[in-house]
Design a protein around this ligand. Structure first.
Ligand SMILES: Nc1ncnc2c1ncn2[C@@H]1O[C@H](COP(=O)(O)OP(=O)(O)OP(=O)(O)O)[C@@H](O)[C@H]1O
Length: 503
């Protein structure tokens, strides 16, 4: 049989009880501790106190005389009886010692400060499971039912490295791992995100990256992998939104030969391929609820069974997920599992769209052009003209870095000399109606999902104003006329409103 131990602080009401008895003021209350020991039997009693030893000694003597079980009382020093950190350390080390042997623990909550009670509940509901008792003059000695499971229900959420905590950690200006070098930025928000990503990389926690298309979610994910202990193991990226619904299980978990028509050989899934390394699941918010259940299982115990297989496989995979959707909203509307959300959203990074990265456009454009030149010798002398750069600065870049990259590539390919001119760039931009910069894009939005009319008008204005200036050879009055505007002041107003600088 396990030894049944009662553990408690000695509180002011306990000491008062014996002091009152001695001064014959009142013998009404024994205090919570003595009351509990007079009603319940324990194999031993462990007490902790922070009052002066001299004051507590008579109480312990009195208590020992009233109680058959052996009593151990340990004096601890606290700078204050409400100092959570010190209380936690003391209680944690006492409980650690006591639970080294097989024991059944009961904690008497009543003596001590609210901080002491909070620490009992925290530790007793998580690391050192125990029973709770309370004792009061009015209610007598009672078992306390604390009907929630801290460990199961709250710890996954508490484990989240919330933005504030990551921010605090990222305030240290630790040098960045070279893995982050190819994320080009000088924007303070992005620089901070690189620091945060490095902190997450060093820890083995799952990371969730939010961001619009082309904001660098995969780039960050790779950098996190390369800066982690798993760098030498595989990095497997997969776009969940692009997998046909009937193939999702097979892609994720693999299949055995003959599992379905067309399964002519065993095929490993991405979890198996990423074993030991990192799996990057892009567009994670697109997965159906039944797939979410199966994913939860892999995340909980690292096991899965390939389709058509009979044996469970175990893998060790670090998960990085990404989405452009608001998963919290999906959780609230019931289309994304809350338990899965808390599993994947431990370290969370929000990548801003390029329009919010002040100072980055020029830097990125030059870097992206240099990258293109590395891949294609013939582009190595291409430069961006100041006029073309102005167009870059004025454009909305809805497709973010990816759109900038492909526009530059087209402009570089079409440009005749070494300088990419404003006309080259405009032509390159004009080729992309589907991104919202052209007529079809502007007219093809799903208004039932909500649109930003002013933003769309801004896109059109940013698109046509530089062209009008070009056609008008830089004469503002003429440009205004070509645009059908009343006069050059109206054009000025529009340019200010939509952040267009004079080309
Ligand atoms: N800060 C950056 N510095 C340099 N290159 C970048 C940066 N951000 C993105 N890129 C480049 O832009 C392209 C798109 O980035 P990436 O694929 O990481 O975006 P994404 O958010 O994963 O997009 P999607 O969700 O559409 O897949 C890549 O070629 C990437 O290398």
């Amino acid at each position: 049989m396990n030894k049944h131990i009662l553990i408690s602080w000695i509180g002011a009401n306990d000491l008062k009880a014996v002091e009152n008895v001695q001064s014959e003021v009142s013998s009404e209350s024994l205090g919570p501790l003595a009351s509990t020991l007079s009603e319940r039997v324990f194999d031993s009693v462990e007490l902790i106190y922070n009052y002066p030893k001299k004051r507590v000694a008579p109480y312990i003597k009195w208590l020992k005389a009233r109680c058959k079980a052996p009593i151990t009382a340990t004096h601890v020093t606290l700078t204050s009886p409400t100092n959570f950190g010190e209380i936690y350390e003391q209680v944690n080390s006492r409980l650690d010692e006591l639970t080294a042997h097989k024991t059944e623990l009961s904690v008497l909550l009543s003596p001590g400060t609210p901080a002491m009670q909070a620490v009992w509940i925290l530790l007793g509901k998580t690391r050192y499971p125990c029973a709770f008792i309370q004792s009061s003059k009015e209610q007598g000695v009672q078992d306390v039912d604390i009907p929630f499971q801290l460990a199961a229900e709250y710890i996954p959420a508490a484990k989240q490295l919330n933005a504030k905590r990551i921010n605090k950690l990222a305030d240290t200006s630790a040098p960045l791992n070279a893995a982050f070098d190819n994320i080009v930025t000088k924007n303070p928000k992005m620089l901070k995100l690189k620091q945060q990503a490095q902190i997450l990389a060093e820890r083995e926690v799952p990371v969730l990256i939010y961001g619009e298309s082309g904001t660098g979610k995969e780039l960050f994910s790779r950098a996190i992998h390369n800066a982690s202990k798993r760098a030498k193991k595989p990095f497997i990226p997969i776009n969940c939104g692009a997998i046909p619904a009937d193939l999702v299980d097979s892609v994720l978990f693999g299949h055995k030969k003959g599992a379905f028509t067309g399964a002519t050989a065993d095929k490993p899934g991405v979890f198996e391929q990423a074993n030991g390394g990192t799996l990057f699941l892009d567009e994670f918010g697109e997965l159906e609820p039944q797939v979410q259940v199966r994913l939860l299982r892999v995340l909980q115990d690292g096991t899965f069974t390939p389709i058509g297989g009979t044996n469970e496989q175990k893998v060790n995979v670090r998960l990085v997920t990404a989405t452009h959707r608001n998963l919290m909203e999906k959780v609230a509307e019931g289309s994304f599992r809350e338990d899965l959300f808390y599993r994947i959203a431990v370290g969370v990074l929000h990548l801003p769209p390029i329009r919010e990265r002040e100072g980055d456009l020029t830097l990125l454009a030059k870097q992206l052009l240099a990258n293109l030149a590395e891949e294609d010798e013939s582009l190595k002398d291409k430069k961006i003209s100041p006029d073309a750069l102005n167009i870059i600065l004025a454009h909305a870049w809805r497709g973010n870095v990816r759109e900038l990259q492909s526009t530059l590539l087209r402009a570089a390919l079409w440009c005749q000399g070494d300088e990419i001119t404003a006309a080259d760039l405009r032509q390159a931009l004009f080729q992309m109606p589907e991104n919202g910069s052209g007529r079809e894009g502007v007219l093809s939005h799903d208004v039932s999902q909500g649109i930003d009319l002013d933003e769309l008008i801004g896109d059109l204005t940013r698109h046509y104003v530089p062209m009008a200036f070009d056609a008008a050879k830089g004469v503002k009055k003429e440009a205004a006329r070509l645009l059908g505007l009343e006069n050059h002041q109206t054009l000025d107003n529009r340019m200010t409103k939509y952040g267009i600088t004079k080309p």
